[in-house]
Ligand binder design. Structure first.
Ligand code: ADP
Ligand code: ZN
Length: 622
């Protein structure tokens, strides 16, 4: 997948790295102007030999927290990472920056591994990425003892948590590092950890004395939107067409069949859409993932099997056609959008059937009562987010123990506040209709009865004679559907666990049935084309939407693509979109000017500077 790790070329390229300050490394190697919040503090802590536990949201800039100290301290930094694809990506990106990085994992043959080990022992590496199972082998530990190590970075540190969904037993054994290398600083990093998991990480990795750096969970550049499902395919197409034409994105579906059908549907409409799920041959999966990483404007349609280890910074949207089971899952999946900090959208449609299906799956699942109770709470929180009438981001962050004081202004409920209405009477009618018809019918039928349909089935059952027949003509079919959806979402009605979607009353609904409680319902928003383009974040709108000089933009992208293909790396490893955009804005004429562009460090300046200056000079002549 990546070019061979050629050490001679690397060591010839750049002399030793130590002796520089973190700020110097940031400017010279990475080409960035300043540290992000917390980054500076973490880097100073680790660079000066301290331990750290870092919690930062996806896209927050965790990698720099160990990469910079690795280049400030002398010796090799060992980075433990569970995901091979990600490891290879990071190493490729670092080598583009002229950093002496390599990896050790199961994809390499004996010769390659030996060459890498030799480079470690002779001090030719700044960073060595290593899979956990590899690291804990006695042979590797011995090697490390003989080498000069600057620090240990443990990425995805939540993998030590036995309660988390990414548990890896190899991670537990990383505790040996504290015992065997007590004087070498260790930094553990994660994006997903509540307080309990954080404690577990600290204990299991012997980091109880380490300084903790907790940055908020917020991803301000992601716009959260959740709409009632009317016609999912049509809604998805309209969304992509209006806001993300030619952008790259991920569409999540629950089942493999739906993944295939959705990918096909999008392809028929002219999009480059590729399916990804566990039922596809491994080759196809790898190929689709590769195209997603390397080409522009590819949409991946996937089950949740896709995403771990996807470090692509410019995913502009994540769309859910099915409801995730928990807010944890929702947050993790939507978090794959906008790692580069540019505006992105997390978009979802959901309907009554989704709610019913998830509730049924949960009740039918194998787990014990305790397990089911937890799962039920998680699903309730997810549904709560869907039906909320205030700022979605506030609800989301609050769930993770973070507080956002004022509404965010960048979610659908902020941008287009939903109205509420007094549903007390409607709810009474709906519940009583369920009761009068014997708790044996699904929502379509119940609405028929409420609206006094002449339907044969209603007559045959004799339900045209029950007291609730025809008492609900004041609401449309869709309005009734919304009432029932909210009743199920809020636990007043449940779907018959035996299936068939029959709705039954729960204990909770007693006071409602008697009209003792006033009930505020959410009015489903009119189906509008779109709420507006994603906004917020660092640049206001997606980079490519800000471009006015399209010819110039395409020329620079073509230049980048050619270099990327030549090196066998994804285009963003050469330069990010924001860097190209900056070039186009500033039109640098000299290498000095170009060095001032964000994301252009010394190595890239030397390697690509002239090529891009030539491309920019061409633009002015055209
Ligand atoms: P994480 O691992 O936390 O998800 P990354 O380390 O991949 O995030 O960083 C996300 C993006 O932000 C990367 O493209 C990275 O180059 C960029 N980035 C990180 N720190 C800075 C900084 N100080 N200035 C500019 N860009 C940065
Ligand atoms: Zn909001």
């Amino acid at each position: 997948m990546y070019p061979d790790q050629d050490f001679e070329q690397l060591s010839a390229e750049r002399p030793t790295t130590s002796g520089r300050s973190p700020e110097q490394v940031l400017h010279e190697v990475f080409g960035y102007e300043s540290f992000r919040p917390l980054q500076g503090e973490i880097i100073h802590e680790v660079a000066s030999g301290g331990d750290a536990l870092v919690l930062m949201p996806t896209g927050g800039g965790k990698s720099l927290c160990y990469q910079v100290p690795a280049l400030v301290r002398s010796g090799t930094a060992i980075v433990i990472s569970p995901l091979i694809a990600l490891m290879q990506d990071q190493v490729a990106a670092l080598r583009e920056l002229g950093v002496r990085a390599a990896f050790l994992n199961s994809t390499m043959d004996f010769e390659q591994a030996r060459a890498t080990e030799y480079a470690l022992s002779t001090g030719e590496l700044d960073l060595l990425y290593c899979a956990p199972e590899r690291l804990i082998q006695p042979r590797t530990l011995e090697l490390l003892h003989d080498a000069s190590i600057s620090l240990f970075a443990i990425d995805e540190a939540h993998c030590v948590s036995q309660w988390g969904h990414d548990f890896r037993s190899d991670y537990l054994q990383l505790a040996v590092l504290a015992n065997e290398f007590p004087s070498i600083p260790r930094v553990a990093l994660t994006a997903t950890a509540d307080e309990r998991t954080r404690k577990e990480i600290a204990e299991r990795l012997s980091l109880t004395e380490a300084r903790h750096f907790i940055s908020g969970f917020d991803r301000p550049n992601i716009q959260y939107r959740i709409a009632p499902k009317t016609n999912a395919n049509k809604q998805l197409l309209e969304f992509i067409k209006a806001e993300h034409e030619e952008h790259c994105g991920i569409v999540y579906c629950l089942s493999r069949n739906k993944v295939d059908a959705t990918a096909k549907m999008l392809a028929q409409k002219g999009y480059t859409a590729l399916p990804y799920h566990a039922g596809l041959p491994a080759n196809d999966r790898a190929h689709h993932q590769e195209r997603f990483l390397r080409e522009d404007g590819v949409i991946i349609v996937a089950t949740i099997a896709f995403g771990m280890g996807i470090d692509k910074p410019d995913v502009r949207f994540v769309a859910h056609l099915d409801l995730p089971k928990s807010l944890e899952a929702y947050y993790q999946e939507t978090g794959r959008a906008g790692r580069d900090g540019n505006p992105s959208t997390a978009w979802m449609v959901y309907g009554l059937q989704d709610v019913i299906k998830l509730r049924q799956m949960l009740e039918a699942s194998q787990g014990n009562d305790h397990f089911k109770r937890i799962e039920r709470q998680k699903l309730d929180a997810m549904l709560g987010l869907c039906e909320v009438t205030k700022c979605r981001r506030q609800v989301l962050l609050n769930y993770f123990g973070d507080e956002l004081e004022t509404p965010c202004g960048n979610c659908d409920t902020c941008l287009n506040p939903p109205e509420t209405w007094d549903g007390t009477v409607a709810v009474q009618k709906a519940l009583s209709c369920v009761f009068r018809t014997g708790q044996r019918f699904g929502v379509t039928y119940l609405i028929d009865v409420l609206r006094g349909s002449e339907n044969e089935r209603v007559k045959q059952s004799g339900h045209h004679q029950v007291s609730t027949y025809g008492i609900g003509t004041e609401l449309s079919v869709n309005e009734w559907k919304s009432v029932f959806r909210q009743l199920v979402a809020n636990g007043y009605l449940r779907a018959d666990p035996e299936g068939y979607g029959a709705l039954q009353l729960t204990e909770q609904c007693r006071p409602l049935l008697k009209g003792e409680h006033k009930v505020e319902l959410r009015k489903d928003p009119e189906v509008k084309k779109s709420v507006g383009r994603a906004s917020g974040g660092r640049t206001g709108s997606a980079v490519k939407d800000q471009v006015t000089d399209h010819v110039g933009w395409e020329a620079l992208r073509a230049c980048r693509k050619e270099l990327a293909d030549k090196q066998g790396v994804p285009p963003y490893v050469i330069f990010h979109d924001t860097t190209l955009f900056d070039m186009l804005e500033r039109k640098p004429q000299t290498l000095d000017d170009l060095a001032g562009v964000s994301g252009v460090g010394a190595a890239k300046l030397e390697k690509y500077g002239e090529i891009f200056l030539a491309a920019i000079a061409q633009l002015d002549q055209a």
